[in-house]
Design a binder for this molecule. Structure first.
Ligand SMILES: *Cc1c(COP(=O)(O)O)cnc(C)c1O
Length: 361
């Protein structure tokens, strides 16, 4: 059986380092916002070519706090892609702001800049883009719109650690880059974790306070903050994983390269463009008989996933906001997409087995 993902196998190469690190952590006697968090923040900022990094509890909080920093008037609009994980949308509604969904490009699956521009109203305050599946959005076009309309730009980088457009990393374009270190992400912790990157020292200072009850000095509170500190133990583990992140990304790129080279033309493959460095958090293909294909692969002992089966505008949880809206491109992607095994835990032999079976479908 080739599972879609195996977190134990993925983390096995780091087991001894984790055990040593846990022992050091335990002996330190300092379990909240200590030296591991400080060091990880500096290392991740440097790795991402960002000036500052602030660790938070998870990816959703990274997005929610990014918007919270600006104190937008309730009811202000934030433009967001219609094909994303629900967290992106919830970070907007969590701030009493209005998500304005726009369609993606059918080839890249990322937000269509022309649609962003059409959706702008006098109430629009921000654009929240998602670098989906590990591919950067069209940043030339997005940055032009951001400048033209003077909008805040927040990047959901939960799937894009290390993805680049023209050599510039995801999370360095907008006011904030919001990262998740959920265990399955390219940089994954052994639990929940997240971080925010920024080049602006004032935003960084405010964010540092917001994640810790709005306080810098203990018992003196400047803002109505939250408790969303990056867990010190997760920071300690993340330092170890960060050292391997370039190798993890390279491994996923190698497996993706095999799929791209060898899969037959019945499958719609991710687009490849020299301006974009993709990190394949998810390697997806599309096929009109997706459900049949998924069942067939499972019979051959191959696990797959669907990212995602239901688009946000059709989710029950958001029906009071989005019912009646239609996004045909997004819906077409949701109906046909299938994610293939492409993890650090998979070997080239695994990928070859997946390819041979897919080509026999
Ligand atoms: C994983 C993910 C998130 C949320 O991250 P958590 O750490 O689970 O809160 C947000 N946006 C996207 C696109 C994601 O894939």
């Amino acid at each position: 059986m080739i599972p879609y993902e195996n977190l134990f196998e993925l983390n096995k190469p780091f087991n001894e380092a984790f055990k040593q690190r846990f022992s050091d952590f335990l002996n330190s006697g300092w379990y909240i916002l200590g030296k591991y968090t400080d060091d990880f923040e500096q290392q991740f900022a440097q790795w991402n070519q960002s000036a500052y990094c602030i660790g938070v509890a998870n990816g959703l909080d990274a997005l929610t706090l990014s918007l919270k920093t600006f104190d937008f008037e309730p009811g202000s609009e934030v433009i967001v892609p219609s094909n994303t994980y629900i967290a992106t949308i919830l970070s907007i509604t969590n701030n009493n702001l209005v998500p304005v969904l726009v369609e993606p490009d059918i080839h890249t699956y990322n937000i269509e800049p022309a649609e962003v521009e059409k959706a702008i109203t006098p109430r629009t305050k921000a654009i929240m883009i998602v670098h989906l599946y590990g591919k950067c959005c069209n940043m030339d076009a997005i940055m032009a719109i951001k400048e033209k309309y003077n909008l805040v730009l927040i990047e959901d980088c939960a799937q894009a650690h290390g993805a680049m457009h023209k050599g510039k990393k995801a999370g360095t374009f907008g006011e904030f880059g919001a990262f998740s270190f959920y265990p399955t992400k390219n940089l994954g912790a052994l639990g929940d974790a997240g971080a925010i990157t920024t080049d602006n020292i004032e935003y960084a200072d405010k964010m540092r306070k917001l994640r810790n009850y709005g306080s810098e000095k203990k018992y003196y509170n400047e803002y109505m903050g939250v408790n969303s500190r990056l867990d010190e133990l997760q920071a300690a583990f993340l330092q170890i994983k960060l050292e391997a992140l370039d190798s993890i990304n390279a491994h996923k790129q190698k497996l993706a390269g095999m799929y791209l080279d060898q899969l037959k033309s019945d499958f719609i493959l991710p687009v490849v463009d020299a301006d974009y460095t993709d990190v394949y958090h998810i390697f997806n293909i599309r096929h009109p008989r997706r459900d049949e294909l998924k069942a067939y692969l499972l019979e051959q002992g191959i696990g797959t996933e669907i990212h995602y089966p239901v688009p946000p505008h059709q989710q029950k949880a958001l029906s009071h906001l989005l019912a009646g809206q239609h996004f045909p491109i997004s819906e077409a992607i949701h109906q046909t997409t299938l994610s293939l095994p492409c993890s650090y835990c998979h070997t080239e032999k695994d990928a070859q087995f997946v390819i041979d079976n897919l080509n026999a479908f």
